[in-house]
Design a protein around this ligand. Structure first.
Ligand SMILES: NC(=O)c1ccc[n+]([C@@H]2O[C@H](COP(=O)([O-])OP(=O)(O)OC[C@H]3O[C@@H](n4cnc5c(N)ncnc54)[C@H](OP(=O)(O)O)[C@@H]3O)[C@@H](O)[C@H]2O)c1
Length: 247
């Protein structure tokens, strides 16, 4: 290899990188992130209320393909139309089949039935579980989830899903805003599947939160309102709190 070859290869790469940088800089903030990482994902949202719509919107804005679903397709079509071409709407079955990653953001009481009706599609998929059990709202299944731990019971109700609990104890209204101060707010997460944790962590980081793994799904019991991990904390605070909790 001649000397100029050694020099010209990195220079060409540098020019290419500079061109990509200029092109990316022209894109909106979040699209830059997803594009730079080069891994646009298909995300199926099961539930499109406060949580589902906020997360789906910000991931679509980050350049991912999002399908919203609920039992109200008209609502979800309107929601998708308000976001743009990265978003679409479908039935829960369609969203579960569409997504490489699924986000469950429904009342906890809906999980037993959804686990059955979507069984074929959820097996083997990364599922971000934002659902919280509230006995007054969700009935007996919520009591069980509180006794045994929400992570463990969600895994039972969604068999074969590679569950990561996340987004459980911060207000939905703030979920679309963390990207404005990236990395400052920690996101406690729990899961047993390393690859699923990595994928969920990437998505969480892209919308501005710093994911902090607090343990396996058995630690999911602490990922809901009313526990020391609830509310907004820095990543360091979450590590300290988590270290004081028993699995
Ligand atoms: N709100 C928060 O700040 C917050 C924060 C963290 C976690 N969470 C938890 O996240 C979950 C969602 O909360 P949210 O505030 O987004 O609730 P929400 O606004 O009531 O939205 C729930 C969504 O689930 C859909 N849904 C309900 N039953 C369904 C079923 N059987 N099949 C398909 N879709 C169904 C609803 O639409 P249809 O009824 O039209 O089907 C709606 O789109 C809850 O478990 C909640 O405890 C909430």
């Amino acid at each position: 290899m001649k000397v100029h070859d050694v020099i010209s290869v990195p220079r060409r790469d540098l020019l290419k990188a500079a061109a990509v940088g200029v092109a990316l800089a022209a894109l909106p903030f979040a699209t830059r992130l997803a594009s730079a990482q080069g891994r646009r994902m298909k995300i199926g949202m099961i539930g499109s209320g406060n949580v589902g719509s906020a997360l789906g919107r910000v991931w679509a804005q980050a350049g991912h393909e999002v399908m919203f679903s609920s039992r109200n397709l008209d609502h979800d079509k309107e929601l998708a139309a308000s976001i743009g071409k990265q978003a679409r709407a479908g039935t829960p079955r369609e969203a579960a089949a569409f997504g490489e990653v699924l986000v469950f953001a429904v009342p906890y009481r809906a999980l037993p039935e959804l686990g059955k009706s979507l069984a074929d599609s959820i097996k083997g998929k990364v599922v971000i579980d934002a659902c919280n059990p509230f006995p007054q709202r969700d009935g007996e299944i919520a009591n069980r989830a509180r006794e045994q731990g929400a992570g463990v019971v969600s895994a039972e109700l969604l068999p074969g899903a590679r569950i990561v609990r996340a987004f459980n104890a911060i207000g939905a209204a703030r979920m679309g805003a963390a990207h404005e101060t990236p990395g400052r707010i920690g996101m406690p997460i729990a899961g047993d599947d390393k690859q699923a944790i990595d994928i969920a962590s990437g998505l969480i980081r892209e919308i501005g939160y710093e994911p902090v793994l607090v343990g396996g799904l058995d630690m999911g019991r602490y990922l809901m309102p009313g526990t020391p991990l609830a509310g907004e904390h820095t990543p360091e605070e979450i590590r300290k709190i988590a270290a004081s909790l028993k699995p």
